[in-house]
Design a protein around this ligand. Structure first.
Ligand code: ZN
Length: 358
């Protein structure tokens, strides 16, 4: 478990918002290289690691996790040195003000804080209102636009929360960016687990870009790969906290990994039930508890299953509370169990595995 924690902490230290994934692309190449026959990056930004299988008739499987994370971007800099910014992806607006930030400028990381109106002059009518992001600003301590620019900050500079992971009771941990660092860690750990036991299926470990802004990388990731089936690995929103009830969210942290039925909400999408049953069967074989329901929000499986002639795909996830905030909270045990299920399920794939529904 410590090895897994160390891996996740290494990945949590890598900042890579959508559109600026290069730091995580490099980290993933480095981490996958010892365990794969081949690892490369595509010009689009996806990372592909390949472990060749022993049987060309066994289904080729893609495991996909996204390299990007939600964050912010410099929108404008005013003459007095305050920085206007916008979201990249869907960060919770209520979790932005009065936070420390990292601005990833051309000369390195510049620390800043999101300013907030003094409590002393906040009117009662404003006290319980969260301003829109357009009204927020970052203070890096500079006194002029020129000084900000001199720090290497310009329009388009990516921004992330400045927050350290915090280990909590019951093997819980809160951090910025487990979505989808835990998925990336799963790719690496499964690749490591399968390296020394040659298996029938060829496995493609894929890090996708721009998931948080519309599943962009996944939409093209398997275009020229010999992939017959795919599993996306992500986090998913979990409830069972004082301000959420089971009417709105099904999943719970610490009750086992999620094997999604499909996506709920206004636009329903279903994953491959063949794959879902395969993973649930493996979980049962291992006596590992799991959760299986409808997830809120899209993920890479939804894009992959609409590519080529329709690749059967499903999504597994580590449930986490406080999604898209700087304190996303998950349980190490859920991640560890997910890795065990995937390792065994993939090792057991062979040419007799059918993807057909009837
Ligand atoms: Zn995600």
């Amino acid at each position: 478990m410590q090895e897994l924690k160390d891996l996740v902490f290494r990945l949590l230290a890598v900042d890579a918002i959508s559109g600026f994934e290069e730091p995580m692309m490099r980290a993933l190449v480095e981490e996958l290289t010892p365990y794969c026959d081949e690892v490369y990056d595509t010009p689009r930004g996806n990372i592909i690691g390949i472990q060749k299988g022993t049987d060309p008739d066994a289904p080729g499987i893609a495991l996909a996790a996204h390299t990007d994370q939600v964050g912010f971007i410099v929108f404008n800099i005013d003459e007095s040195g305050f920085i206007r910014f916008r979201k990249v992806g869907g960060s919770v607006t209520r979790s932005i003000q009065a936070h420390q930030m990292k601005l990833h400028g051309t000369k390195g990381v510049v620390p800043g804080v999101v300013g907030i109106k003094p409590g002393h002059i906040t009117k009662p009518s404003e006290a319980n209102i969260v301003p829109p992001i357009e009204e927020m600003y970052i203070d890096v301590g500079a006194k002029s636009k020129a000084e900000v620019q001199g720090m290497g900050i310009e329009i388009g500079t990516p921004i992330t929360w400045k927050v350290e992971p915090l280990e909590l009771a019951n093997n819980y941990v809160a951090a910025s960016g487990p979505d989808d660092r835990v998925g990336i860690a799963t790719l690496i750990q499964v690749a490591k687990n399968l390296k020394d036991k040659p298996i029938p299926s060829t496995v493609y470990y894929i890090g996708t870009v721009e998931e948080e802004i519309g599943l962009r990388g996944a939409a093209v990731a398997v275009y020229d790969l010999d992939v017959d089936m795919a599993v996306a690995i992500d986090t998913c929103p979990a409830g069972w906290q004082p301000d959420v009830n089971m009417r709105d969210l099904y999943y719970e942290v610490g009750k086992g990994p999620a094997i999604h039925l499909g996506k709920g909400g206004a636009v329903r999408r279903f994953g491959s039930q063949v794959l879902r049953k395969w993973l649930i069967g493996t979980a049962n074989d291992l006596s590992i508890p799991y959760q299986s329901g409808m997830v809120l929000g899209g993920n890479d499986a939804h894009a992959i299953q609409q590519t080529k002639s329709g690749i059967p795909a499903c999504t597994v996830a580590v449930p986490r509370r406080y999604s898209h905030s700087p304190v996303e909270l998950f349980c190490w045990d859920d991640l560890d169990k997910l890795i065990k299920i995937l390792t065994k399920a993939i090792a057991g794939l062979d040419s007799g595995f059918t993807l057909h529904r009837i």
